[in-house]
Design a protein around this ligand. Structure first.
Ligand code: DQA
Length: 145
């Protein structure tokens, strides 16, 4: 089983970016954590980040073609991207949405997500642990499908 872990804009800046909100962990740290969890769970992890909306759209299409599961932190595109919404809908991938911060406890423009209505579930507010929770949730879902 293959799992695409997709990360949206500015997540390459983790560690330097607003550490009060996002913590000191870097995206490479998150990748290492996900890869080791993937090994434990016996799944193949594809881990990517882009600052470009179209890359995320293409990767969702690719995940759909490969019948991969998707864990996505769409970052700011969560709140803006109808293109990403449409891509997820078209690819009909099994998807879990994750955010490091609790988006509902922040500015009101972060309260709405164009992804959540298409996700099996949403995890937010648990920092990097959310990625591990999301991976485990996806494996369980795949096993029961
Ligand atoms: C984020 C929350 C988004 O609102 C924000 O734009 C991000 C990161 C999170 O992981 O908490 O870039 O997705």
């Amino acid at each position: 089983q293959q799992i695409f872990i997709l990360n949206g804009p500015n997540l390459n800046m983790l560690g330097k970016r607003e550490p009060g909100i996002y913590g000191a962990t870097t995206l490479s740290d998150i990748e290492a954590l996900c890869r080791s969890e993937g090994e434990n769970l016996g799944v193949d992890i594809v881990f990517r980040q882009s600052n470009h909306e179209g890359d995320l759209v293409s990767w969702i299409q690719e995940a759909g073609e490969q019948k991969a599961l998707v864990l996505i932190n769409p970052a700011a595109y969560t709140h803006t991207s109808i293109a990403l919404h449409d891509a997820i809908r078209a690819a009909s991938v099994t998807l879990v949405e994750v955010h490091l911060s609790n988006i509902h406890a922040r500015e009101s423009f972060r309260h709405h997500s164009y992804v959540s209505s298409l996700a099996k579930g949403v995890i937010c507010g648990f920092g990097v642990d959310g990625y591990v929770m999301g991976l485990r949730a996806l494996i369980k879902l795949a096993a029961s499908q």
